[in-house]
Design a protein around this ligand. Structure first.
Ligand code: URA
Length: 237
C-alpha cells in the first residue's frame, strides 16, 4: 500500500493532510532522514514527528473498562473510545469493541479491527469462556449453580435456553460466573431471574487472557501470543 494511504488509514489525517506532512518533512525514518511519499519502507521504520507509527491493520487491544463509560461510538456521555488516542476512531478498517460491557460493568474489554477475529471470540460456537465477578444485593440461595449449569435456563423474552454457565461461590454475596455466550445484560438478568440483584460486575478474563494489573481506563495493544491465549482455554487462576 502507498505510504500516504497507509498513514491516512491509520487516522493521522486525510490523504491531503498526509501529503502535506510529507512535504513538511514530518515523516522520517528512525535516523531522522525525511521520507517521501513514494518510498518503500517497512511500517516499523516510519516515524511521524519522531514518534513510531501506530500499529498497522490487524490490531487488537485490551482495556480495563472503567465504570461509567459506554461501548457505543456516539453516546452522549463518556465512551470507551474517548480513552484511546482520537485518531484511533478514524482508522480504516474501523476499530470495534469485541462485544460490549454495560456502562456499569468494569473490566476486560477487547477491541479489534479484524472482523474474523471478532467473530471468532464472540461466536457461541467458539466456546470462549468469559469470566465475571459479581457482588450481589442478597445472599445466594444455594440452588443457582445447578440452574445456571443446566443448559435449560430461559431468560425473559428469549427464545433459546442459555448455554450452561459455571457458578463459583466466592462468598455469601460474591460469585464468579463463566459464560460462553454474551446475551444482552446476561449476568444481571441471570441473577435477577433467581431473585437477586447484581451490585457490581467486573469481567476478569476472556478465554486464557486475563485482565491482570491494568488499571481502570488503561489499555494496551495485544501481542500475537496474547491473541492466541484467548483461544487457549480458560484463564489460569
Ligand atoms: N452481563 C451483564 O449483565 N453485563 C455486562 O456488561 C456483561 C455481561
Amino acid at each position: 500500500m502507498k505510504l500516504v494511504k497507509l498513514i491516512a488509514n491509520l487516522g493521522y489525517g486525510s490523504r491531503k493532510d498526509v501529503t502535506m506532512m510529507f512535504r513538511e518533512g514530518r515523516i522520517t525514518d528512525p535516523d531522522g532522514e525525511v521520507l517521501y511519499a513514494d518510498d518503500k519502507v517497512p511500517h516499523e521504520h516510519i516515524r511521524i514527528d519522531d514518534e513510531p507509527l501506530d500499529p498497522p491493520a490487524g490490531l487488537a487491544l485490551m482495556m480495563n473498562k472503567p465504570l461509567g463509560a459506554t461501548c457505543s461510538r456516539k453516546d452522549q456521555g463518556r465512551v470507551v473510545y474517548d480513552l484511546l488516542p482520537p485518531r484511533y476512531r478514524l482508522r480504516d478498517p474501523a476499530l470495534s469493541t469485541v462485544g460490549r460491557l454495560d456502562r456499569d460493568t468494569s473490566g476486560l474489554l477487547l477491541f479489534t479491527d479484524d472482523g474474523a477475529l471478532l467473530h471468532r471470540i464472540i461466536s457461541p460456537r467458539a466456546q470462549v469462556a468469559k469470566v465475571y465477578e459479581a457482588t450481589l444485593a442478597q445472599d445466594l440461595r444455594g440452588d443457582e449453580g445447578e440452574l445456571f449449569a443446566s443448559g435449560t435456563m430461559m431468560l425473559e423474552a428469549e427464545k433459546e435456553p442459555l448455554e450452561p454457565a459455571a457458578l463459583e461461590v466466592l462468598g455469601p454475596r460474591q460469585a464468579r460466573l463463566t459464560l460462553t455466550e454474551g446475551r444482552y445484560h446476561q449476568v444481571r438478568r441471570m441473577f435477577a431471574a433467581v431473585g437477586n440483584h447484581v451490585e457490581t460486575l467486573t469481567r476478569i478474563s476472556v478465554g486464557g487472557l486475563v485482565l491482570g494489573d491494568l488499571a481502570p481506563g488503561q489499555w494496551r495493544a495485544l501481542q500475537a501470543e496474547e491473541v492466541a491465549q484467548i483461544f487457549a482455554g480458560p484463564a489460569p487462576r
